[in-house]
Design a protein around this ligand. Structure first.
Ligand code: GTP
Ligand code: MG
Length: 273
């Protein structure tokens, strides 16, 4: 009945994050690992358009459905011959392009009921060596805040009878190879504190504006409870959207000391499949 048709892979991941964080470098690396024959150049430049690539999950990375598989399982050999594929959409992170591309693609994909465009997860890439800069931190946290707000609205609009599955977010704490890089734990703390500031000032702006205007009617505050400081845990608890911060490096992939390269991000992807 179900014919084995060569259908395109339907697991989509959206790659977001500010300019220069390493999204295109990551995409290029995944492509190179998927087809070692194609010698892609590793040089990147500021992206102006989104691109969609289909890549392989390394056969030894477990997925949600086969996580209890042992290393001796014959299905591992089969997986090596016929790897699981998924699609990554690399988006431009430049401030002027992210609203028209990354965020609007997220909005479209988040609403889509079409299985072919179903969004399995969001990888939000961060340059952990650049976050010490206040302006970069604010810019990064603002972008992440806006992404999480889209997911929160989506979660709240889904009626309880037809529960939508929440889209998880991986904050890929990239460039752990640089000695100036902040460790993932402090990246998480900094982003949470900055998002807290952003939503507090937004909340205040809403209160000031609501006296004489209705234009903010459908605006809402991330995480709901403005008494408690914002945290990713709070968001998961109140809204059901999961955010994980995991360190790694596109440069020096698979080297243990750099948070195992991109391996742990691929493991996160695997758990979404
Ligand atoms: P936009 O397209 O402008 O949104 O940027 P992007 O996120 O695609 O950044 P891109 O992949 O172009 O990378 C920016 C720079 O960071 C490049 O010079 C990369 O070589 C460098 N880079 C990416 N990943 C790493 C890493 O893990 N370590 C180091 N040291 N540099 C990296
Ligand atoms: Mg790019």
């Amino acid at each position: 009945f179900f014919q084995a048709v060569a259908s395109p892979p339907s697991s989509n991941f959206l790659l977001l994050g500010p300019s220069g964080s390493g999204k295109t470098a990551f995409t290029t690396l995944l492509e190179a690992k998927s087809s070692p024959a194609s010698k892609k150049s590793q040089t990147t430049h500021t992206s102006q358009r989104s691109t969609l690539v289909t890549v392989n999950l390394p056969p030894d990375v477990p997925t949600a459905s086969n996580r209890y598989r042992s290393v001796n399982d014959p299905s591992l050999k089969e997986a090596a011959r016929n790897p699981i594929k998924y699609r990554v959409r690399d988006t431009p992170g430049h401030g002027k392009l992210r609203v028209s591309q990354g965020l609007s693609e997220l909005q479209a994909m988040a609403q889509s009921k079409d299985i072919k465009t179903r969004l399995r997860g969001i990888v939000f890439m961060v340059d952990t060596a650049a976050l010490v800069d206040e302006v970069t931190l604010r810019d990064t946290a603002t972008y992440l805040h806006d992404v999480l707000l889209v997911l929160q609205k989506r979660a709240k609009n889904g009626s309880s009878s037809k529960r939508t599955t929440e889209i998880p977010v991986l904050v890929a704490a990239n460039k752990q190879d640089l000695f100036t890089a902040l460790p993932p734990g402090s990246v998480k703390e900094k982003l949470e504190a900055e998002i807290d500031r952003i939503r507090k000032s937004k909340n205040k702006g809403l209160l000031d504006a609501s006296a004489d205007s209705t234009m903010y009617d459908d605006e809402e505050i991330l995480g709901n409870d403005d008494q408690e400081a914002f945290s990713f845990k709070l968001l998961e608890h109140e809204v059901g959207v999961k955010v994980e911060v995991v360190g790694g490096a596109v440069k020096g992939d698979s080297q243990e000391e750099y948070g195992s390269g991109v391996r742990r991000w691929e493991e996160w992807v695997g758990m979404c499949l």
